[in-house]
Write a protein of this length. Structure first.
Length: 229
């Protein structure tokens, strides 16, 4: 396998957390949340380099250009997560070919486990790529406008999507560009690939690979950080 790069979208505003500081720069267990994420990714022996996607007005990025002896590059993202991922894919070094796999991992998922990254790499590189996720474990309800349950949805074959997600660079660029041109906002890379006719492999990962989304998630992430690696 060619050297594997990881694109890390980190250009979000963290509006659901609230406050002036984007969530990736809020303190988590003594350092900025994003530092935990990039530390875990750079420490992974099968990851060759990181491409961190920053907001155009980001004045908080600490200027890290190397971690664990691996290059850390940055570029400027866009208004939506998909725009930022596309910008990151375009900014990867020339040595990353169109047919090479790349990982995409949210800056906001600091608790990702090395063993899950390995499982994704081992399972999904045989085909067109895939993503970490977990099958739904709870009964799923459809709510009406009043917040009352009107229907119990089948939970079979339903998964929650996590990151990292891993696809071939060229195929993912084309898929994201197509969704953008069609005016479709894709919430993850797999959605763009599905729309392009691919069938991303769902690889079960640990439920504790949470996305820090609200202020309450910081306490949980801090707890999980000490128990995952
Ligand atoms: N225009 C955007 C929006 C999001 N992201 C990144 O995508 C990841 C997952 O997105 P999400 O949790 O939705 O982050 P935010 O967009 O920051 O959150 P919110 O929707 O609450 O503003 C985060 O690492 C975030 O920084 C990005 O790079 N560029
Ligand atoms: C990509 C993602 O983490 C998969 O669960 C998620 O969709 C990104 O967060 P958002 O809230 O949808 O932007």
């Amino acid at each position: 396998m060619a050297p594997l790069w990881c694109v890390i979208p980190a250009a979000g505003r963290g509006t659901r957390v609230g406050g002036d500081c984007p969530k990736q720069y809020l303190p988590l267990a003594g350092r900025a949340l994003i530092m935990h994420t990039i530390e875990r990714l750079a420490a992974h022996p099968r990851i060759a380099g990181l491409l961190v996607v920053l907001a155009a007005d980001d004045a908080r990025w600490p200027g890290v250009d190397s971690l664990h002896g691996k290059p850390v590059f940055t570029t400027i993202g866009g208004g939506e997560r998909a725009d930022s991922v596309l910008a990151g894919l375009r900014a990867l070094p020339i040595g990353v070919g169109a047919g090479d796999f790349v990982l995409v991992h949210d800056a906001a998922r600091p608790c990702v486990r090395a063993t899950d990254i390995d499982r994704l790499l081992d399972a999904a590189s045989a085909g067109d790529g895939g993503l970490l996720g977990a099958p739904l474990r709870d009964t799923l309800k459809r709510a009406d406008e009043q917040g009352c349950s009107r229907l119990t949805e089948p939970r079979e074959h339903r998964w929650r999507a996590f990151t990292p997600q891993m696809f071939r660079r060229g195929q993912l660029v084309v898929a994201l560009e197509a969704a953008s041109q069609q005016g479709v906002l894709v919430s993850d890379e797999a959605m763009a690939m599905e729309r392009a006719g691919y069938a991303p492999l769902l690889v079960e990962g640990a439920e504790d690979n949470i996305k820090v989304t609200t202020a309450a998630d910081f306490a949980l992430a801090e707890f999980l950080l000490t128990r995952t690696a």
